[in-house]
Design a protein. Structure first.
Length: 327
């Protein structure tokens, strides 16, 4: 059975590639207008519309997707960052986007490099600094499209770490951050000895696409008709990048002062469940502007859990955003 944790590949690669000295191997445009919601007002998972391609500083292009509020008039904007192996086209992001559209927010999400419809080798992330810079490029593009509207940055898993960075370094301040099951703290139990991590990181510079670890999440059935997720083993540079995301957040948490909502499930096996609470306590954000929620029975991808959990999470997020959208 595959290890469900994001960093399990470091331990797995240490066992497979170093201990026994094995050599390993190298490894659409959417016609939906993005406005779907159900008749009874509950949140649907309508797919986004294609919104163009954003060039990054390395000559690659990131596919941008959007959901429009019904009636077309936007009261604000939300930018969604997905996790490893994810996409804005995934069911969880569509549930969140439709809830926010119901409030009148125009929503956007970009496939990060190596994911969805963006450029790059499938499953291969850029390095941590480049991933963060791509996030800033996407934010700048969305802010340029809606210069007079309030903007909220949302992130799930890996996207949570990206959202924190982007909100912290945005040239134009954002109005709030929503984090669900964010990757903000590595699990020590998932990592091999520090010397081995250092060696694997060095190797990732030479053979970045080398696929050495197990998949952290294996159930793509619900999303298979929406986009083509990478289904191979985790690539070496991807593992290094994910670890770098969590390390940056740990090093910078005391300097973070943006308003934020953060939620984690009690059944999350992918990220360290103590990370969100520690983040909540250590940031410089004023107490009234930050909210922590722990959801009983919720998994890592809590917006694909049963309807009761999903509706609880979405309701809490909307209630947190609403006064900041009006203010």
């Amino acid at each position: 059975m595959a290890d469900e944790s994001l960093f399990g590949c470091w331990r797995e690669s240490a066992r497979r590639e170093w201990t026994d000295s094995s050599t390993g191997s190298t490894g659409t445009d959417d016609e939906d207008d993005g406005t779907g919601s159900s008749e009874d007002g509950s949140y649907s998972s309508a797919r986004p519309a294609f919104a163009g391609r954003i060039p990054n500083g390395r000559g690659e292009r990131l596919a941008l997707h959007t959901w429009k509020p019904r009636g077309g008039h936007a009261r604000g904007v939300a930018l969604l960052f997905h996790g490893y192996l994810g996409s804005p086209q995934a069911t969880a992001h569509c549930h969140l986007a439709q809830a926010l559209c119901h409030m009148g927010l125009r929503c956007y999400g970009a496939d990060m490099i190596g994911h969805g419809d963006s450029d790059g080798i499938p499953g291969l992330l850029p390095n941590t600094e480049e991933l963060f810079e791509d996030g800033l490029d996407v934010l700048a593009e969305v802010q340029a499209r809606h210069p007079d509207l309030k903007i909220f940055v949302c992130g799930m898993s890996m996207g949570g770490g990206v959202a924190v960075y982007v909100a912290h370094y945005a040239q134009q301040p954002v109005d709030g951050v929503v984090l669900l099951s964010p990757l903000i703290k590595p699990k020590p139990s998932d990592l091999p000895h520090p010397a081995v991590v250092t060696a694997l990181r060095a190797l990732s510079q030479v053979a970045p696409s080398w696929a050495v670890g197990p998949l952290p999440i294996t159930d793509f059935e619900e999303d298979r008709g929406r986009f083509e997720p990478y289904q191979g083993r985790m690539r070496l540079r991807t593992a290094s990048t994910l670890l770098g995301v969590a390390e940056w957040v740990q090093d910078s948490v005391e300097d973070f002062s943006c308003p934020f909502f953060i939620g984690v499930g009690t059944r999350d096996k992918v990220v360290d469940r103590s990370g969100p609470k520690e983040f909540f306590e250590r940031t410089s954000t004023d107490e009234p502007d930050k909210t922590f929620r722990r959801y009983a029975g919720a998994s890592h991808v809590m917006l694909t859990d049963d309807e009761e959990i999903r509706e609880d999470v979405l309701r809490d997020i909307c209630r947190w955003i609403a006064p900041r959208l009006r203010g």
